[in-house]
Design a protein around this ligand. Structure first.
Ligand code: NAD
Length: 299
């Protein structure tokens, strides 16, 4: 049995797989062209978000029994086509929940207190004590769009910080400490809006110009979910008009996203899709990846 590691995966996971008697070939920088040439030799492949598993790749994968995704989103894999060929697609749904929820809370504080902008000002040799007036988050309303694993974890932490938490999720009927509301009501009442939905036809640009129009003036936006769920041009306009006071982004419509026009605005802060990028989450993802590979290939 042979597994191909196509994206960076914890060494401990590779050791677990080897210890189960499965040959591991670690090629975290493999190109799409190289992948097409070698995939027929493997019984399983491990990917994160970098590697795209297309129908044409699956057609070449004549031995493949499993595609294991370290992480949550499966939008880089043609899941339906894999299923039609009898290939299992497995992910590690809970491993990154805490990391993404903590980053979201970090962004709420960073936006409320302008922490990145003040750091840049200090780095520029300034002492701009009067330029940065912050806002407290206790007593403010956090609106969560999507209240699955990460939405709920974020909501619980926000509750503990004294925020009122409301959420819109048509597929959830209850969530402890969180009031479920319509999207319209959420847009109208939230001081901070944070997205935790997958990218689907329904969530495509769920925050569009019309949605920004319905929000409170001075709202803050956070997206540590999936790119494509915010109309980035509409967000740009809403920031320019000061309807939106600030935005924190970890995910983008196009990734990688270098030189994004939103970053020409100093009220935009963010990161390059590193929501799950903690030591602990990477270790949990690795362990779950290894268990998935071993289960499919040895049981
Ligand atoms: P989850 O499946 O547990 O939760 C997603 C929730 O979205 C579900 O409750 C679902 O009902 C809801 N939803 C679906 N369509 C909706 C709609 N139209 N309107 C409102 N709600 C809707 O997933 P999760 O583990 O909580 O992950 C949430 C998102 O975070 C996913 O998109 C995932 O890919 C992303 N994520 C990002 C990072 C990162 O590095 N930034 C890391 C992990 C996960």
């Amino acid at each position: 049995m042979k597994v191909l590691i196509c994206d960076a995966t914890a060494i401990t996971a590779l050791d677990m797989i080897s210890d189960a008697g499965i040959e591991v070939v670690n090629r975290p920088d493999i190109t799409p062209e190289e992948l097409l040439e070698v995939i027929h030799e493997y019984d399983a492949m491990v990917v994160r978000s970098r590697t795209k598993v297309t129908a044409s790749l699956i057609d070449k994968a004549t031995r493949l029994k499993a595609i294991v995704r370290g992480g949550v989103g499966l939008d880089n894999i043609d899941v339906e086509y894999a299923g039609s060929k009898g290939i299992q697609v497995l992910n590690t749904p809970s491993a990154s929940t805490a990391a993404v929820a903590e980053l979201t809370i970090g962004y709420i504080f960073a936006l409320a207190r302008h922490i990145p902008q003040m750091t840049a000002s200090m780095e520029g040799g300034e002492w701009a004590k009067k330029s940065f007036s912050g806002t407290e988050i206790a007593g403010k309303t956090l609106g969560l769009v999507g209240i699955g694993r990460i939405g709920q974890a974020t909501g619980q932490k926000a509750n503990a910080l004294g925020m009122t938490v409301v959420a819109y999720d048509p597929y959830v009927t209850e969530a402890e400490g969180i009031e479920l509301v319509s999207l319209e009501d959420l847009l109208a009442c939230a001081d901070f809006i944070s997205l935790h939905v997958p990218y689907t036809k329904e969530t495509h640009n769920i925050l569009d110009a019309d949605a920004f129009e319905k929000m409170k003036a001075g709202v803050y936006i956070i997206n540590c979910g999936r790119g494509g769920t915010i109309d980035e041009d509409a967000l740009f306009d809403a920031l320019k008009s000061a309807k939106v006071a600030g935005a924190a982004l970890d995910v983008y419509t196009e990734e990688p996203s270098m030189g994004h026009k939103l970053y020409t605005l100093d009220r935009v802060i963010g990161s390059p899709h590193i929501g799950a990028g903690t030591v602990e989450a990477k270790a949990r993802v690795g362990t779950e990846v290894a268990k998935n590979v071993i289960n499919v290939l040895t049981k």
